[in-house]
Design a protein around this ligand. Structure first.
Ligand code: NAD
Length: 267
């Protein structure tokens, strides 16, 4: 059901790879709520994934950008402003990748070139996107930027590996840039700490099925789906959450507030 919460709003959505991607669901919901969109992903994802189908469904151009590359990001933001006919209102950062996770390197045996790539792709890319928008003055007053995080930023989930360090950095960037962009333009910047979700990035984590099941039992409401995450993103892009900024917002069915669940003790 549409409430037209994003009527007259325009935004860039990073990270839709396939129909399981959280960004895919956010794009569908944003379009349904009346937003005009530009979709972006890394060049390789444009070749391998099905993002062009989403672009057609949402009447959105798809513009390639490696989110670690400042020139790509400048080109993307400039082209988006041409497309929108001016500045825009929201950005979704839904980007994560760890070569150490992919190559099954343990946290006690990390490859440091990979480690730098993890941090660059999964965290510094948020800073690069924000800095590009800031310098081009691309975002409207009361604009909203949301990045997706995970509770391994605060608590230890050994299988999450170096992604935990990336998420801690990501959340810190949201707070630090949230100050500067808030003062300059009243732009708000938040992270959503999402439940485990069965996507390409999610299922690549060692032991995903186990911690998906564990979180499902630990959370009074169960794990939050990607569709529910999309709804939450829409509320943060909308004018209904204008005074929320620099926060890490748990979207996890209550997982983060739990200490012990009888459901887990029974097994
Ligand atoms: N799936 C989960 O369990 C879960 C839980 C909490 C948070 N998250 C976060 O949600 C976000 C989206 O992940 P997802 O679960 O939808 O998986 P996904 O694999 O569908 O999305 C990850 C995206 O990152 C993109 N990407 C990788 N390198 C890039 C680069 N250099 N430039 C631009 N884009 C690049 C990929 O192409 C892909 O589209 C990630 O930040 C992830 O860490 C996921």
């Amino acid at each position: 059901m549409s409430h037209k919460l994003l009527q007259n709003k325009k935004g860039i959505i990073f990270g839709a790879l396939d129909a399981n991607s959280i960004a895919w669901k956010v794009a569908e919901r944003a379009y349904q709520e009346g937003a005009q969109l530009v979709l972006s992903n890394a060049p390789v994802a444009l070749r391998m994934g099905s993002i062009h189908q989403l672009g057609e469904a949402c009447q959105a151009p798809v513009i390639a950008a490696d989110a670690t590359n400042a020139d790509d990001l400048k080109n993307l933001v400039e082209k988006s402003m041409e497309h929108f006919g001016g500045t825009f209102d929201f950005v979704l950062h839904s980007i994560g990748m760890s070569p150490n996770v992919r190559k099954k390197r343990d946290y006690t045996d990390l490859n440091y070139t990979f480690y730098s790539q993890t941090i660059d792709v999964s965290a510094l890319s948020l800073h690069k996107i924000l800095q590009t928008c800031y310098h081009l003055d691309a975002l409207n007053e009361w604009g909203s930027v949301v990045a997706l995080s995970y509770i391994a930023a605060q608590r230890t989930f050994p299988g999450y590996n170096d992604m935990a360090d990336a998420k801690a950095t990501l959340e810190s960037i949201a707070r630090s840039f949230g100050y500067h962009y808030g003062v300059k333009k009243k732009v708000r910047i938040n992270t959503i700490s999402q439940s485990p979700t069965a996507t390409t990035a999610g299922t690549g984590i060692k032991g995903f099925d186990d911690f998906f099941g564990y979180a499902e039992k630990m959370s009074p409401l169960g794990n939050a789906s990607s569709e529910a995450c999309a709804d939450y993103c829409i509320s943060l892009f909308s004018d209904l959450s204008r005074m929320v900024t620099m926060q890490n917002l748990y979207h996890d069915g209550g997982f983060s507030a739990m200490g012990l669940s009888p459901l887990l003790l029974d097994n």
